[in-house]
Design a protein around this ligand. Sequence first.
Ligand code: HEM
Length: 327
Amino acid sequence: MTTHTYVYSAAVALIFSGQIIAAPEKPVSANEFIQLFEKLNGKHPGVRKAHASGVCATGEFQPNTQSNLFKSAPLLSSGALPVTLRFSMGGGNPIADERTTGTRGMGMQINLPGGARHIFTGNNFPVFAGKDPETFFGFLSTLLPDENGKRDPKKTQEYIKNNPSVQGNVAWNAQAKTPASYANTEFFGLHTFFYGNGADQVKFRWQLTPDLGVKTLSKEQAQQLKPAFLADKLANQLTQGTVSFTLNAVIGEKQDAVIDPSVQWPADRAQVALGKVVLKQSGGDACTPINFDPNVISQGFTASDDPVLKMRSMAYAISFGKRLSGQ
Ligand code: HEM
């Protein structure tokens, strides 16, 4: 269904249901997202327009040879593969205070033989703030200050009330604690992908689970740290031992949401370990020339029609071009 059809049918549903529900949002473009991010965070030439502050790391993906899942995929049948990964703070502030709660991100590129790549991106929340780009955009727009530089929390509250698909993410944020380290954070892919074709097709969402366990800080513990502690913490953990994650595929059942990242799948869905991501080094510029576009996937995998996932390729391309050209 195109975005226009969606808006039309939502409007019809609104008229015939007789209920007062949120008015349909108008279609939004990738460029409008970039402009909105710049309005929310200020202009920072040469910097990512979202997830602006972060740290790069390199290592290896070691596929799980015991698993039968996706075993014919080059991603899993090529032995250990090089990984370039970037952990980040959500938002467009290049000097974000890392003692705060909220979004942490992870972009990972696995290089396959013959030049192919597989990119994974995930955040530390299990559910996205909106069923589609328009809802997410509408939500973020309520955070813009007025002409006197003031935000209106009532506007945001009203939007949340009228848009159920942002409520899961808002509830997660309300209880979130400060992550103790990127190496102790779980990352959720959120979108649905497929492997294979026809009757054998597997529907899944991926997840990256830290082998050192999920660890968070209380407000008091966080306040004792420097505003930027995450890169040092990771470097320190790397000198002390192995920093690794397990890459899991969460297997969807027929009734599970496909195109809506604001809907979580039931917690009892089977999880299959696809392999380990073992980090060796952190810091450096290896991530600068990488556009962590989640639609870059390797042979055998396909992306769902999730409109948020589709929007991301376009927005990332604009941000990538801008930052590489110093805009
Ligand atoms: C409509 C929805 C979204 C928009 C418009 C958007 C936009 C962006 C943009 C513009 C960037 C900077 C890209 C660059 O300069 O290289 C970015 C980075 C990032 N986004 Fe999103 N994003 C969206 C949804 C998501 C979702 C659902 C996730 C998690 C599953 C996510 C995770 C990330 C991460 C981890 C990065 C940092 C990548 C890096 O380190 O280079 N984003 N996003």
